[in-house]
Ligand binder design. Structure first.
Ligand code: GLP
Length: 237
């Protein structure tokens, strides 16, 4: 695992350079997308680079990590909406080449893994991390061999994420997420974490035991992971 510690602006810039390199080498790369507040700086930087002509997503495809169950893409808290507004609208990717798990027809969840495989597998998966160590919506206790599946969100996660909704009651109780195995199948992974609320879990997933109680700890076993941290998130390392 490679650890990069720098201020928030610089980690966004440095992570964006990984996309520049990848897409220069492989213009039709398969990207794994993430939501949450953490990737916003990176997405803004990718949009800037695209407008400046330094990167093109014209031939790229993307598969997002997760989606809330019950929200369709027009809901402003759906992850499809988030991706359209915060990234896809601002870059030259073809929207038809972007995928987000289906939060309405959840019966087809596991087909997502087959689609990823048919596309050739994810070249670069982006991850944030929940304060409980979740990646995507794989909460503590998720088996390592899980593929894309429906999960019940923990009360803690619903509370943390309620900041984006009018009230806690409006936060969906379930989500559909790539599984741990789906994530681990990616050829390379970037995990970003910002702020002191992440310091403890950052220490646990990097320096603690590999345990399903800390889903992100499995990344210790992946051969190509880069972790981008601001000094606050890295404070307990
Ligand atoms: C959500 C998402 C995760 C994300 C996490 C952290 O629960 N499902 O993919 O990593 O929140 O969000 P933030 O970056 O806002 O701290």
């Amino acid at each position: 695992m490679k650890i990069i510690i720098d201020n928030e602006e610089n980690i966004a810039r440095r992570a964006a350079q990984r996309y520049v390199e990848l897409l220069r080498e492989k213009p039709d790369a398969i990207l794994g997308g993430a939501t949450g507040s953490t990737p916003l700086g990176l997405y803004a930087e990718l949009a800037r680079l695209c407008k400046a002509g330094e990167i093109s997503f014209a031939r790229a495809r993307s598969f997002n990590l997760d989606e809330y169950v019950g929200l369709d893409g027009s809901h402003d808290q759906s992850y499809r909406y988030f991706m359209n507004e915060n990234l896809f609208k601002h870059i030259d990717i073809d929207l038809a080449n972007t995928r987000v798990p289906d939060g309405i027809n959840t019966a087809i969840a596991a087909e997502y893994d087959r689609e990823i495989e048919a596309a050739g597998g994810i070249d670069l998966q982006l991850l944030g991390i929940g304060v409980d160590g979740h990646i995507g919506f794989n909460e503590p206790g998720t088996p390592w061999d899980s593929v894309t599946h429906v999960v019940e969100l923990t009360e803690n996660t619903r509370e943390v994420n309620s900041r984006f909704f009018a009230s806690l009651d409006e936060v969906p109780t379930h989500a559909v997420t790539m599984g741990i195995k789906t994530v681990m199948n990616a050829r390379s992974i970037i995990l970003m974490a910002i702020g002191k609320s992440k310091a403890e879990i950052v220490r646990a997933f990097i320096q603690g035991p590999v345990t399903t109680e800390v889903p992100a700890s499995i990344l210790q076993l992946h051969p190509a992971v880069e972790v981008y941290l601001d000094p606050e998130a890295a404070a307990l390392l």
